[in-house]
Each structure stands twice: as structure tokens, then as C-alpha cells.
Design a protein around this ligand. Structure first.
Ligand code: WTA
Length: 652
């Protein structure tokens, strides 16, 4: 969002305090929230210790809350032991065993429900299946599945036996899957014959076969869920059907009691350099963050129906589909398919049919649905909704207001939640029964989170509306622990900038006179396309891997629906492509899709004889961004080695 938008919102003074009726019923009102903040400020470590004792079920209680001896590799609750799946499932069996845990709707429209008891049994069966295949505590298991109950069963089953899962989004290509499997050194891959999206079958098994045929020596077994039912070849000795693996397995499974710090999962995400990095999360600290933030931010009540539209391939699907809501005993809606399939009313129909009360989605989806007009949502009964959430990218005030008026009918508070794969859980967000919201601001840090804005020297920026680095000055339980196999990169990326004192989020932000946070966007070479992180370097290396491409530079360009679009400048070997280049552009887009996944396909590709570089050989990205955006060029281009290139880059 531009500064201008923010200013106009602030000038209009649009401030939405929680409605009295919402406040009265909320789990956390202003007084309780203030008490939590006060406790956390008074004794941050003691605060988290109390929360962890109260919120989680421990096998061996911890005595040491926070070990800072190897900072910034912090350890939380280090000598305690627990099991995450026990905390999400077993703890509910006595009182809520027959409550619905999952409501699944497939894209063709079939609905399947699982109670907590049924989910527990399925998780145990599959966990026993994994053990039968030889999976042991600490082994890595990669999950490459559609968004459906079995994806969650697989995650929870890994947690049950202490295996470390790494979910790879089903939209990633075979090559991306291969790279992640190899980096994690996984023993088992779990997939499905296929998934459904927009009426098409996503060939997950085919992609898995391709990934395994091009490396992945560590993989011993490939488990395949029969889902779409179309024919897929099975490799004898390696492949096993999920259904065959579980059919004779008992419905109970002794959990592995793991150390609090035992890695629960790896999740690969894009950074500004090199290949995606395996963000490593812990068991206890992560679960605590996911569980508490779900309570605080979504005000979960016993009869809520919670629908977070994120895929389990992203962190949002981990914390607010697979772990946080289940740890709270909630009813979770899962929908496998596309938002506009078979028509643009699908999301709203799901809300009506399943009486969704809490709806959590991304601004990009809201903007896409907003464009289709108000008549569509207006023709559904959305009266079950009581709270709306947004995540993944800055939400522009227009989309926020549409969400509030057209979807929430001015009744439902909106929580704009800021967080990251690395933070594990929401860190900055309104608490709906307490915080007055402003369209476009994620408002204030949650209790125990010391978020701040600092300048180049690391000093807190106190002047209202002055921008700076968004940092977190104290460790928090759900923070990432390291980057898998690369602790140096962990320190370099997140801590080095301010001498290991502050966690550096990679976003810029400012605070207004009320202390509200406004996120401005990334300060590194990471794009946010439809709420998904994408490294410019990743797309560049995909492009230069094409035999005709010599050099490539990728920048982001603002896009009305996706937030940001991928804009690529390409220098070819030999002659610059001239005339009708459409076929070649399409070939390159497909190529990038195969290398990374469809989300990385450039929206625009422009060819040039060379790229604008300084005399020392650095690509001038700021200039390329300005050109992509058709902006006035304010940079000094006299230092360019090749100033005449600018016209060509402009497409002239
Ligand atoms: C951006 C997604 C503004 C931000 C949970 C962050 C946001 C990156 C918001 C993390 C928000 C996420 N307002 N920007 N409410 N939420 N972001 O790791 O740039 O996929 O650094 O985690 O998304 O993306 P990630």
C-alpha cells in the first residue's frame, strides 16, 4: 500500500472499535488483554513459562523456560517433554471426542466429516503405518498432497512418532520437490494419485515420480493416497498405497515423548539469495504460539466453525489449519479446490453451507472476489460469520472496507494479522474484543512480543509515521530455531544486521501516533505474489537455466489483484528476439513453471541486449523496478556502463 493511501485513511480517521455485543462475549476483553501485556512486560520469561504450563499438556514438565546461552539459537522449555499430536487430539477425547474436528469439502462437492475420535484413530493408524515402514524419531518425511484430511493426518502422524515433516505445496514443480527432499534428506515421501483444482487433475504422483527419478537417493518409500482414482503407475518395492498401509493397523499408537526443542517440522521458504531455506520449528514453543494466538486473535469459542483457506503447504495452513485450531478443539473446515470453481460463489456457499463463523483468508483472494461484484456474496446467507481475518500481504484499505461491509455486513471485526513462516505464529494483530482497528494496519503486537521499528543503527524510531526495519527485540517461543543444515545462514539472514540483538523480519514498517504498525513491504529481494513468497533470485536462476537465456533480472511490479507481479528482463544468447516473441515468452513462462511452479511464472518478460549495470558490474535493480512500473527515472544513469539500454528496457 502506498503512503498516500495510508495518509488518506488516517486523515479520515476511520477507526472501528469492537461492537459492544462482540466485546461482551469475547474471551479476551480490553482488561484481560492489558493484564497479559502487563505480565509479559514485567517478566517476559516468567510470562511464557506460565502460559506454557497452562496451555500445553506435558509428559515431563520443564524447569528451564528460556536458555539464552547460545543466542540467537534460543531454546525454550528445554528440559520438558511432550507430544504435539497428543496435545491436538488425545486431550480432547474425554470431553469432546464426538465433536467434529474436520469438515472436508472436495472440489466436486463431496463432504466428509471426522470427529476428534475418528481423526485420532486415523492419525494413529497412519502413524503405525509409518513406523511399519521403518520411520523413526527424527527422520524426515515429505508431504506433497492436496488440501484434504489426509494431509493433516500425515502431519499429525509424523508429530505422533517424532518424525519431522516437511510439507511441499502441491503447486510446486517436480524439480522444486526434488530440491526440498534432497535438502531435508527425507526417507519417505507421501503424495496422492492426484489433486483437484479448477476442474483439472493435478498430477501429484507423476510429479513425485519425476522428482524421485532425478535424485532423492534418501527416499525409501513413496506412500500414495488414492483420491482422484485415475490410473497411476506404482513402482514395486518403493510405492505403497496409503489405504493398503493403514487397513490392518491398530487405531491406537503410543506417542513418542519428544524434547520440547525436538524439530516438529521444516518448511521451505524463499529468501533473497540462493535456494529456498528449510525453516526449522520446534515442538513445544511452536505449538504454544499456534495455540495461544488462535485463542487470542480468533477468539475461538466452543461452537465456532473455523475456516482458514490457506493450503497446508504454507505456514498459515500449518499454524491455523493443522495445529492451532486442533490444539483448541475447534471445528475446522477444509476445502480442496479453487475459489471460483465451478462459479464465483463457491467460497460464500461454503460459508453458508457449513455455517462458518470465523473466516481467514488472503487479501489477494478478497481483491479477486471483490472484482466480481457484490451481487455474488449478497446472494448467500453469510449471517453465521462473526469474525474475519486477513493474512499474507498488506491489505489495501479498499479491500478491507469491502470485507467489512459486504462480507461482514459491518458486524464482524477484521483481524489483519502480521507474521511470517519464521515467526511460527501471528505476532502483530488486533485482538478482536479489545482493539479498535484501522483499515490497512495490523495494529499492535500480541502479549509477549516486543516488536519495534528501528533505524539503520538499530535505534528505535520514535517519530510517528517514520519508516524503518521491523524487528523483534526479545525471543518468543514459536520463533524459528535455525535454517536446516545452515545455521550460518540463519544468523546471517535474521540476526547479523543488528549484531544478533534483534530478529530482523525483512519487512519495513512504520508506526502512527497511536503506536499502530503499518507494514510497508519487503526490504529484500523477496516478492509477495498473491500472498506467496518468491525470491527474485530463484526466478532468475530458473530463467538462466534455459538454454537460450544468458542473463535475467527479475523485479516486482504492483498488481491490482496479486499484490505483486513477476516482471522479468531477459538477455538471450545470440540475437535479441525481435518481432512476434509471444511463442518464446510462453515457452519461458512454461519453463519457469517447470523449474519452480506455476506461481513463479513471469507475468511479463522483456528482452534486451544487456542489463543496466554500474561500472562495477552490479545490476541496477532500482532502475529496473522503475522501468517496470513505468515510473519517471530519478536515478543517475550517467554511471551506467550502457545508458542507451534504457530505451530498449522500456520496450521502445
Ligand atoms: C507479508 C505468511 C502485511 C510480509 C504468514 C511478511 C504481511 C511475509 C502480512 C511473510 C500482513 C504477512 N500485512 N504484510 N498482515 N502478513 N505479510 O512467510 O512481507 O509466507 O514478511 O508468511 O508476508 O510471508 P510468509
Amino acid at each position: 500500500m502506498s503512503n498516500k493511501n495510508i495518509e488518506s485513511v488516517l486523515q479520515e480517521g476511520r477507526l472501528f472499535p469492537p461492537a459492544d455485543s462482540f466485546k461482551a462475549a469475547a474471551g479476551l476483553d480490553a482488561a484481560k488483554l492489558a493484564a497479559l501485556h502487563a505480565a509479559a512486560e514485567h517478566d517476559p520469561t516468567g510470562f511464557w513459562g506460565d502460559q506454557a504450563r497452562e496451555a500445553l499438556t506435558w509428559h515431563t514438565p520443564f524447569t528451564d523456560v528460556l536458555d539464552e546461552s547460545e543466542a540467537p539459537n534460543y531454546r525454550w522449555f528445554g528440559d520438558g517433554k511432550l507430544n504435539v499430536s497428543v496435545n491436538c487430539l488425545d486431550v480432547h477425547l474425554a470431553e469432546r471426542g464426538d465433536n467434529t474436528a474436520l469438515v472436508f469439502e472436495s472440489e466436486p462437492g463431496a463432504v466428509r466429516r471426522l470427529t476428534y475420535r475418528e481423526l485420532h484413530a486415523e492419525v494413529c493408524r497412519f502413524a503405525n503405518g509409518l513406523r511399519a515402514l521403518g520411520v523413526e524419531q527424527g527422520d524426515r518425511v515429505v508431504i506433497y498432497m492436496p488440501l484434504m484430511p489426509e494431509a493433516i493426518i500425515a502431519m499429525q502422524a509424523c508429530a505422533r512418532i517424532g518424525a519431522i515433516h516437511s510439507v511441499v505445496f502441491g503447486g510446486f514443480s517436480a524439480l522444486s520437490l526434488r530440491d526440498r527432499i534432497e535438502d531435508a534428506g527425507a526417507r519417505v515421501l507421501i503424495t496422492a494419485d492426484g489433486g483437484m483444482r479448477g476442474g483439472n487433475v493435478i498430477e501429484l504422483k507423476t510429479a513425485a515420480d519425476k522428482a524421485l527419478s532425478e535424485g532423492c537417493a534418501s527416499i525409501e518409500s513413496l506412500i500414495v493416497l488414492r483420491h482422484t482414482g485415475h490410473d497411476v503407475p506404482m513402482v514395486a518395492g518403493r510405492d505403497v498405497w496409503w489405504q493398503d498401509l493403514v487397513h490392518d493397523k491398530p487405531a491406537t499408537c503410543e506417542p513418542a515423548w519428544v524434547d520440547a526443542e525436538h524439530p516438529l517440522f521444516l518448511l521451505y521458504t524463499s529468501g533473497s539469495t540462493g535456494k529456498p531455506k528449510g525453516i526449522q520449528h520446534s515442538s513445544a514453543g511452536y505449538l504454544l504460539g499456534a495455540k495461544l494466538s488462535t485463542q487470542w486473535v480468533f477468539d475461538l469459542q466452543p461452537d465456532d466453525v473455523f475456516w482458514c483457506t490457506a493450503d497446508v503447504g504454507w505456514i498459515t495452513g500449518h499454524s491455523y489449519v493443522a495445529y492451532g485450531p486442533l490444539a483448541n478443539g475447534a471445528t475446522v473446515v477444509l476445502y480442496e479446490g479453487g475459489p471460483t470453481w465451478p462459479d464465483a460463489g463457491r467460497f460464500w456457499r461454503i460459508i453458508e453451507d457449513h455455517k462458518v463463523s470465523i473466516f481467514y483468508t488472503a487479501p489477494t483472494a478478497l481483491r479477486a472476489l471483490m472484482k466480481l461484484g457484490d451481487d455474488i456474496p449478497n446472494s448467500y446467507d453469510l449471517s453465521s460469520l462473526r469474525l474475519l481475518g486477513s493474512v499474507g500481504e498488506p491489505i489495501n484499505p479498499e479491500a478491507w472496507m469491502w470485507y467489512r461491509t459486504v462480507i461482514g455486513k459491518d458486524r464482524c471485526p477484521i483481524v489483519d494479522t502480521w507474521w511470517q513462516t519464521e515467526t511460527g505464529a501471528i505476532l502483530i494483530s488486533p485482538v478482536p474484543g479489545a482493539t479498535a482497528t484501522k483499515p490497512g494496519s495490523c495494529t499492535q503486537p500480541l502479549p509477549g512480543i516486543d516488536a519495534a521499528i528501528v533505524d539503520d543503527e538499530g535505534n528505535a524510531v520514535t517519530k510517528p509515521d517514520a519508516g524503518g526495519y521491523l524487528v523483534v527485540r526479545r525471543p518468543w517461543p514459536s520463533m524459528l530455531r535455525t535454517i536446516w543444515n545452515d545455521n550460518d545462514r540463519y544468523i546471517d539472514t535474521y540476526w547479523h544486521r543488528f549484531q544478533n540483538r534483534y530478529y530482523v523480519a525483512g519487512d519495513s514498517a512504520h508506526r502512527d501516533a497511536d503506536g499502530y504498525f503499518w507494514i510497508m513491504g519487503r526490504i529484500d529481494d523477496v516478492l509477495n505474489v498473491s500472498g506467496h513468497r518468491l525470491g527474485t533470485m530463484e526466478v532468475e536462476s530458473a530463467l538462466v537455466a534455459h538454454h537460450r537465456v544468458a542473463e535475467a533480472a527479475v523485479v516486482g511490479k504492483p498488481h491490482p489483484v496479486k499484490g505483486e507481479a513477476v516482471f522479468a528482463y531477459v538477455v538471450c544468447r545470440g540475437e535479441r528476439p525481435m518481432g512476434d516473441t509471444r511463442a518464446f515468452v510462453e515457452e519461458l513462462r512454461q519453463w519457469v513453471g517447470e523449474q519452480i511452479g506455476a506461481i513463479a511464472k513471469p507475468d511479463e518478460i522483456r528482452f534486451a541486449d544487456n542489463l543496466p549495470k554500474t561500472r562495477s558490474g552490479k545490476i541496477m535493480r532500482r532502475l529496473l523496478r522503475a522501468i517496470a512500473r513505468d515510473e519517471e527515472i530519478t536515478q543517475d544513469i550517467s554511471t551506467l556502463e550502457n545508458p542507451q539500454i534504457v530505451d530498449q528496457l522500456r520496450g521502445k
